[in-house]
Write a protein that binds this ligand. Structure first.
Ligand SMILES: [Zn+2]
Length: 257
């Protein structure tokens, strides 16, 4: 096995483990349960999950997506999240190589995935996740493109999200977005820098409006249904970090060939 294969495999396995931490964290945090103490239980029968139930992806596949004890269905979200984090770890390593900033970027993405589920479930982006996320992004930026890159990105992201939520409040008289989105924008802005932060917000708004229009067409929710924007922002930030530079370069080339 070549060194590259070995590192790639290790990083991917680390991603799987981080993914199972995400599922535990995104379940426990909104319920006020301890992060580290206490064992994970089956939500159906309360059976304490053992080692065979906690092997990422594999235990879900082998048990046909059901609890071994009560046969209640185990959400596809669990293996999906584990694969998502594994893919993130692998792609992040491919993108930046084995550099000192890699662990920070891995954890940053892991926190983003956690935020997606919590925002999806309870429409919250808790400070206990966004604040460490900002610190991780700033640390990674200092090791890479520098502190100015982080500052401009944070100002751009947080500023835009703040402006949009103010506008929303004035025009619609409802609070469409929480201040959590502003902190989330600082969290991805610090790592991405200003141009990719704008790309992220554009991508998220685009994806969000497609989903919103689809939901309205199906008669679910009207104009005033607040979509959790973090669900779109966080994955868009991950996509922008991985492929945004290439996309922006191609776009610039298109304008001025
Ligand atoms: Zn069960």
């Amino acid at each position: 096995m070549s060194l590259d294969t070995f590192i790639g495999t290790s990083v991917t396995l680390l991603g799987l483990v981080l993914g199972s931490a995400v599922t535990a964290l995104s379940w426990r945090l909104p319920r006020g349960e301890s992060w580290v103490h206490g064992r994970s239980r089956c939500p159906g029968c309360g059976h304490v999950l053992g080692v065979p139930d906690l092997v990422p992806v594999l235990s879900w596949v082998l048990s046909h997506g059901r609890c071994r004890h009560c046969q209640s269905a185990v959400s596809f979200r669990y293996p999906f999240t584990e694969l998502w984090c594994a893919a993130w770890a692998f792609l992040a390593w491919r993108h930046m190589g084995l550099v000192p900033a890699l662990p920070f970027v891995l954890l940053w993405g892991t926190l983003l995935v956690t935020l997606v589920w919590i925002d999806h479930d309870v429409q919250l982006l808790p400070d206990v996740l966004t604040f460490p996320g900002i610190l991780l992004a700033v640390a990674a930026a200092i090791l890479g493109p520098g502190i100015r890159h982080a500052m401009f990105g944070m100002l751009t992201g947080a500023g835009m999200l703040w402006a949009v939520s103010e506008l929303y409040l004035r025009v619609r008289k409802v609070e469409g977005m929480g201040f959590g989105d502003v902190k989330l924008a600082a969290m991805f802005g610090a790592l991405l820098g200003a141009p990719l932060t704008l790309l992220t917000i554009f991508l998220a708004a685009f994806a969000g409006s497609i989903v919103g229009v689809t939901m309205m067409a199906r008669g679910r929710g009207g104009m005033k249904t607040a979509l959790p924007f973090g669900v779109f922002l966080a994955p868009a930030a991950m996509v922008a970090w991985l492929w945004g530079d290439g996309a922006l370069a191609a776009y610039a080339h298109l304008l001025r060939p």
